[in-house]
Design a protein around this ligand. Structure first.
Ligand code: UDP
Length: 238
């Protein structure tokens, strides 16, 4: 088993990853597969925290386009992230991995409230910590939450699991000659309009506080282990 390079990581998963083979909602087959992959990564000795999105269920911006008040839409979106988090926690527990969901909006019958020191304590005890409910405030995203929580818990890196194997110099779907980048700077990621890794507020936070981001294909078996152990995978933005 490879040894960890990053002692404490924050894995950002968009809600869309939870779709698995579905068009809406949560695919339990996918969450179970993911739980197994996370289990392998824990064995390297890495402390794993996760920020989960909610786009597979609800997005405040698109609901606002259809006439729903934006803040209400955003709260529904935040609640959607809690649903995803509970599904992931259940999948992890099925694999005998201890996991705690910490929410920024109190739903104390189903999860603990987010308390920074408590999150760190769980991580030190080897439990997976899932940060749910986004930042708890409308007009933000789970990308921003990922950057903020990573800073709060002093994570060594943000691991951004995606459907592609890294960052390209141009859109690989539109250009045959698009090249995958091994690495790039946070400033480049922020200024190059073609590069969409995390949203700009999240990238700014990462740049101001010098936290690296690894963009990698989440759906390839063994990639989370590679990411935490510093093996060559994806694109490193630092
Ligand atoms: N959201 C919010 N504040 C936050 C995080 C999320 O209002 O701090 C809402 C927002 O409406 C967003 C939805 O929750 O559209 C789902 O989050 P996000 O779009 O970031 O999920 P992802 O794109 O990662 O699936």
């Amino acid at each position: 088993m490879p040894k960890t390079k990053y002692k404490r990581v924050l894995l950002k998963l968009s809600g869309e990853t939870f779709l698995g083979e579905r068009k809406f909602g949560i695919d339990p087959k996918f969450t179970q597969w993911l739980a197994k992959e996370i289990g392998k990564a824990i064995k390297t000795g890495s402390q794993i925290s996760i920020v989960v999105g909610g786009g597979n269920i609800f997005r405040g911006t698109s609901a606002a386009e259809h006439g729903l008040e934006r803040t209400v839409g955003d709260y529904i979106g935040m609640l959607a992230t809690i649903m995803n988090s509970l599904a992931l926690q259940a999948a992890l527990e099925k694999e005998k991995i201890q996991a705690r969901v910490l929410t920024s909006i109190e739903v104390k019958d189903v999860a603990e409230p987010y308390i920074r020191r408590r999150a760190i304590r769980h991580l030190e005890k080897g439990r997976v910590v899932i940060f749910a409910g986004g930042s708890g405030a409308p007009y933000f995203t789970t990308d921003t939450t990922a950057a903020q929580r990573a800073l709060e818990i002093a994570a060594d890196i943000i691991l951004k699991g995606t459907k592609v194997d890294g960052v390209y110099d141009k859109d690989p779907h539109k250009h045959d000659d698009a090249k995958k980048l091994e690495s790039l700077s946070l400033k480049e990621a922020l200024t190059n309009k073609h590069i969409e890794v995390l949203d700009n507020s999240a990238l700014s936070l990462c740049m101001d506080h010098k936290i690296p981001i690894l963009v990698f294909n989440l759906h390839t078996e063994g990639n989370i282990v590679k990411a935490v152990s510093g093996e060559k995978v994806g694109t490193l933005i630092s």
